[in-house]
Write a new protein. Structure first.
Length: 300
């Protein structure tokens, strides 16, 4: 009860006076202190994003509404929004450090939203065996992983050798659409040696797992973490600007590499326990992503 009372008093009374006193002492508004004091990356940008959240727009003072609107702008509007925020908060335009830091944070926030839309659009594209580009990517995956073995036919039991469930891989892409294939190809192309090593380990007689199916499952994990915002800290630390599809793919590569290590360290009784260990791995990753300084990538 007292916690609720204190929260109410702080939000409605004490916070205002505390901010007023700090501005009097430092000569800077809360946003200036935030952008000047927080480290570059996740800590700074998440603070900016949280600063514009909270109460409904109708209840917010005009100055708070300006920042709230700023964190919802598109990339093309970022520069204008920075000027508007500085004008509304009476921050001198010659304060280049504030201007640069706010510009970067707003780019990261708008870029994250755009990245999610791009990933979602790719996920919604179903694999089409009549589409030449789709088929070329699928064959490229085979050639990257099995360079010394020729695929004898498009419909073939050979697909099981790289971890698909049946004779035609297209049926395995239903959940994640083309995104699942693009991820698999990206990892195999940019980390070819690692991909072949992991495929070899996945064929272990006792601890083996279906490489391609698990890869698509990890696409779903990366997608869900992006969708619920858990990847914000990681991406804000990785790129000082607009997160791109490349950064999502790189995170996926990290998941594939780390899951393989995790699987063999855990030594599951059988593949029948996959969901249990998959969830344990998921919880581990979510825990890592809580760190403000997190960066989860592989290096070329």
């Amino acid at each position: 009860m007292w916690a609720h009372v204190w929260g109410f008093l702080y939000s409605n009374y004490f916070r205002f006076w505390l901010k007023w006193i700090l501005r009097l002492l430092t000569g800077k508004c809360e946003l200036q202190r935030l952008l000047g004091g927080a480290e570059a990356g996740a800590r700074r940008t998440l603070s900016v994003g949280n600063g514009g959240a909270g109460a409904g727009a109708a209840r917010l003072p005009r100055k708070r509404r300006v920042l709230r609107n700023a964190i919802h702008v598109e990339e093309a509007e970022v520069e204008k929004c920075v000027r508007d925020v500085m004008k509304e908060k009476k921050i001198e335009q010659k304060d280049t450090r504030f201007k640069t830091n706010l510009h970067i944070s707003l780019l990261q926030i708008s870029g994250y939203k755009k990245l999610y839309l791009n990933v979602e659009n790719l996920r919604k594209v179903p694999y089409d065996s009549e589409n030449e580009e789709h088929e070329e990517q699928l064959i490229e995956l085979w050639n990257l992983l099995m360079p010394h073995e020729t695929l004898k036919a498009r419909i073939s039991k050979q697909w099981c050798d790289i971890g698909f469930q049946g004779d035609d891989p297209k049926t395995d892409f239903r959940g994640m659409g083309l995104l699942g294939l693009v991820n698999l190809v990206y990892f195999s192309k940019h980390y070819t040696n690692e991909a072949r090593q992991i495929l070899s380990r996945a064929n272990h007689p006792k601890l083996g797992y279906s490489y391609a199916i698990v890869g698509i499952n990890l696409t779903e994990m990366a997608y869900s973490l992006l969708k619920n915002g858990a990847l914000k800290g990681h991406l804000y630390n990785v790129v000082s600007g607009l997160p791109q599809m490349e950064h999502f793919h790189q995170f996926y590569c990290y998941l594939v590499y780390e899951f393989d290590k995790f699987w063999f360290e855990e030594e599951p009784e059988s593949i029948m326990h996959f969901n249990q260990y998959r969830e344990k791995f998921h919880e581990k990753i979510k825990g890592l992503l809580l760190d403000y300084n997190v960066v989860l990538t592989l290096q070329d």
